[in-house]
Design a protein around this ligand. Structure first.
Ligand SMILES: [Zn+2]
Length: 190
């Protein structure tokens, strides 16, 4: 299931559910997570000009939303650990292949080249296992919401409940403000 949470409610914490995003299970760990927007589709055309223009433009356009305490369950923590371990082991193939291939001449180059693939897979795996990417949430292009395209139904329900609660509180706060600011009240009442 997918759900989008208003960025302001992610930042102030009122829209963050009490269950994790992937499994909808009880929270055992809170972590600060920064959600960023994906580069817009057209920006990939800039890679033709060069990687640097692509990096510059996408970092200028990038919208960030910081959550101070994002929920993770025991399964999330387990997934994080496993991906980190396997990721780092695969990444270790590269320095290992350099050490082995260093004195092997041309064959050594092949050894190092072959180790590049597990290194890239390991890097991607460790990256996906990071607490930043585990919730699989992305800020919208205009920065107004954070979307979770692969959220657990339990998370979606809890997020909707948190949103309704936050909206209710906001309405109550707004009503109180309006009452205070009303020109027909306080100043002339005594
Ligand atoms: Zn989880």
């Amino acid at each position: 299931m997918s759900i989008a949470i208003p960025s302001s409610l992610v930042q102030n914490g009122t829209g963050i559910p009490g269950v994790c995003t992937r499994h909808g299970e009880p929270v055992v760990l809170h972590r600060a997570v920064k959600f960023i927007s994906k580069p817009p589709g057209w920006s990939y055309l800039l890679i033709i000009i060069g990687f640097l223009p692509f990096i510059i433009v996408t970092s200028l356009l990038r919208k960030e939303v910081q959550a101070t305490a994002w929920p993770f369950c025991a399964k999330c923590v387990e997934t994080h650990k496993n991906r980190m371990i396997v990721g780092w082991v695969l990444m270790a193939a590269l320095p290992l292949s350099v050490a082995i291939g260093w004195n092997m001449g041309e064959a050594g180059v092949t050894v190092i080249f072959i180790a590049l693939l597990p290194f890239i897979i390991g890097f991607a795996l460790a990256n996906r296992g990071s607490y930043r990417l585990l919730p699989w949430g992305f800020t919208s292009q205009d920065g107004s919401t954070v979307g979770f395209p692969k959220a657990h139904p339990g998370f979606v329900d809890a997020a909707q409940a948190a949103y309704a609660h936050a909206a209710q509180q906001y309405a109550a706060w707004q009503a109180a403000q309006q009452q205070q600011q009303s020109p027909y009240q306080a100043p002339y009442s005594q």
